[in-house]
Design a protein around this ligand. Structure first.
Ligand SMILES: C[S@@+](CC[C@H](N)C(=O)[O-])C[C@H]1O[C@@H](n2cnc3c(N)ncnc32)[C@H](O)[C@@H]1O
Ligand code: SF4
Length: 459
């Protein structure tokens, strides 16, 4: 059994099922949803809003700039979809403890549309009394009317993207309009309006020098946010960046050694900051400010997902909703049935793999619930993988918990996808991120095209 040396850092590590083309079996899903959840009944809710005011160069999520008519039609379809699921015994037996409005840009919708979606959730779904409701959004759209609508609808957490404060990179490379001063003003507005918000940042952007990154991290740490997320740049097909980097060779391909250096710089700064609670592979929070949605998705794996292109898992079935916004709306308007595009009654082995891939987003996997859920020990089922990963210095076993080492932290997403073996190499997407045009390409392969040589896992 040889040691493992990952050569390319996986930017995302998410469970890969259902595969594109996995057929929808309406009888099966109908039967599963007609029964109450018979085991663990805690779940999250994900709602996808596929609209943006502008398209950022790097973004491969399912989104478009759309007309007011389309947005209005979408909100009606979304409410219908929530009502269809809510009529089932399965959904009514759930304890829904965290909701996430993601996108796209939820606050590309107006206040009235946001209110109607939130009202539909409260009217139809068994939300727990202390439910966490997060809404994503762009900083400049958190105006008074939308903030009121979100708060009245129970939203108690916000997540907004900064990426970088550097105005030149934002304008020229990212195609984002607002600069540092407007962002800082918007963050002050968030601080005054919400006591729990996250900011997203991206490292290894084109032109993001050490000085710019140091300033980004410095401003992140002094932002007053309760939670920070740091993503490495991922090149995704069907994005402006994909054309810029891969087809037009406008930029040199992202350098993985540099990506790791930038990550380590941020890590060091975060260690000595108020964000001492590094609870997932890319999320840092102030103590007690973990995002419940992220934690529950990792631990329970159940996600009740609505909206175009959303991914969910319920009643032992992983599923994906129709990705085209138009086809999604037409399906609901004409057929009044679940707008499913692909689904897979997960095998026992896939559910076990999902436990590892989703759970290890937390950097610390409790192995006890695995035995309760599957009647077998994690260390027996994945003995080869665990032994290899421990011997190679990525993981340590501490009682009934598996932890990442410092080296494992850097290669966390490689370690996670390692538990999916061949499946992860065939396809990979998370929630609503693009997949390759052939429906099979694993997104991280895109970053490997013309990569500047192998980076050995010797950190
Ligand atoms: C899909 S956006 C949704 C929220 C909102 N529209 C915004 O822009 O803040 C969520 C986050 O995903 C991250 N993201 C999107 N595409 C990415 C990429 N190609 N590489 C790294 N991070 C990415 C960005 O940090 C972004 O803020
Ligand atoms: S990053 Fe946010 S605003 Fe930019 S295109 Fe993606 S979803 Fe839209």
């Amino acid at each position: 059994m040889g040691n493992i040396h990952f050569k390319h850092r996986e930017p995302i590590g998410s469970s890969t099922f259902p595969m594109p083309g996995d057929p929808v079996d309406r009888d099966l899903i109908g039967a599963r949803l007609s029964q109450p959840a018979n085991d663990y009944n805690q779940s999250t809710v994900y709602i996808h809003i596929p609209f943006c005011d502008q398209i950022c160069s790097f973004c491969g999520f399912n989104k478009a700039v759309s007309s007011e008519t389309t947005k209005e039609r979408y909100v009606k379809a979304l409410v219908r979809e929530i009502e269809i699921y809510a009529k089932t015994d399965y959904v009514q037996s759930l304890d829904l403890r965290a909701v996430y409005l993601g996108g796209g840009t939820p606050n590309a919708l107006n206040a009235n549309q946001l209110s109607r979606i939130l009202q539909a959730l409260h009217d139809n779904l068994p939300l727990s009394d202390d439910v966490e409701i997060t809404s994503e959004g762009v900083i400049q759209n958190f105006d008074t009317a939308r903030i009121r609508a979100l708060k009245d609808g129970g939203v108690n957490r916000i997540s907004a993207g900064v990426q970088t404060f550097d105005k030149a990179i934002r304008e020229a490379q990212l195609h984002m309009r607002n600069g540092k001063e407007e962002l800082l003003e918007g963050i002050a507005n968030l601080r005054a309006s919400f006591d729990n918000f996250n900011l997203d940042f991206i490292y290894n952007l084109p032109g993001q020098t050490d000085e710019i990154w140091e300033e980004d991290v410095r401003l992140a740490l002094s932002s007053g946010a309760q939670h920070l997320t740091f993503y490495p740049l991922v090149l995704l097909e069907n994005t402006i960046f994909y054309a810029d980097y891969v087809k037009n060779e406008k930029y040199a391909m992202p350098d993985e050694a540099r990506e790791i250096a930038m990550y380590l710089f941020a890590l060091e700064q975060l260690k000595h900051s108020v964000y001492s609670n590094r609870y997932s592979v890319r999320d840092w929070a102030q103590p007690g400010r973990d995002c419940r949605y992220i934690r529950m998705n990792a631990e329970s794996n159940h996600i009740l997902a609505f909206g175009a292109g959303a991914h969910g898992y319920l009643a032992g079935v992983t599923y994906r909703t129709i990705r085209s916004t138009i086809k999604y709306m037409e399906h609901i308007e004409q057929q009044h049935s679940l707008p499913l595009d692909a689904m897979r009654a997960a095998t026992r082995r896939e559910l076990m793999q999902r436990y590892a891939v989703m759970g290890l987003r937390m950097r610390d996997l409790d192995l006890d619930p695995f035995a309760e859920r599957f009647g077998e020990r994690f260390l027996d089922v994945f003995s080869t993988e665990v032994q290899q990963l421990i011997a190679s210095g990525y993981l340590v076993l501490n009682g009934d918990r598996l932890h990442f080492t410092d080296k494992g932290d850097i290669w966390a997403n490689n370690v996670r996808t390692h538990f999916e073996g061949g499946a992860a190499a065939k396809v990979g997407y998370t929630d609503t991120v693009s997949i390759g045009q052939d429906g099979k390409t694993h997104y991280s392969k895109v970053t490997r095209i013309k990569a500047s040589g192998d980076v050995e896992a010797n950190v």
